[in-house]
Design a protein. Structure first.
Length: 148
């Protein structure tokens, strides 16, 4: 599972799973950077994982920061928000609810990136040994929705 580091969306609680039942990679904005991809490759190659869930969520701070248009104050923060910025095109600053469109689009872009940037994951998917699910978690309802 690749999900946001936000403490409001712990995958073990969201999916009612105990310790050791999920392999979880978390970062602000659930970005598919080299470390996250390498961790997911490990899960597929060495642990036999057959499903990767990419989960974004409502009111994501990383998405809000990326779509604000403000320049991050450090190269490290830029590494968090830059990958999300491409998803901000549909956001209307006068309508905060449109941030959810960016959050959902970012999940899709990350899922695509996993396959584009990893030969291991791409090969497993092409052989039918791996499924990548795109999901969105609502803080208001506690519901996880499959996006694609």
């Amino acid at each position: 599972m690749l999900s946001c580091a936000d403490s409001r969306v712990p995958p073990e609680l969201v999916f009612d799973k105990g310790l050791g039942e999920l392999f979880v990679v978390r970062s602000a904005g659930e970005n598919g950077d080299a470390s996250a991809i390498g961790s997911l490759e490990y899960a597929v190659e060495h642990l036999g994982s057959t499903v990767i869930v990419v989960m974004g969520h409502q009111s994501c701070g990383a998405v809000t920061a990326a779509c604000s248009g403000e320049k991050p104050h450090s190269i490290n923060l830029d590494a968090v928000v830059s990958p999300i910025a491409a998803s901000c095109g549909q956001v209307d600053p006068k309508r905060p609810e449109t941030l959810d469109l960016a959050a959902r689009d970012h999940v899709h872009r990350v899922a695509e990136e996993l396959l584009a940037r990893s030969d291991v994951l791409k090969k497993a998917a092409e052989e039918g040994k791996l499924t990548i699910l795109e999901t969105y978690y609502s803080l208001e309802t506690g519901e996880v929705t499959k996006l694609r």
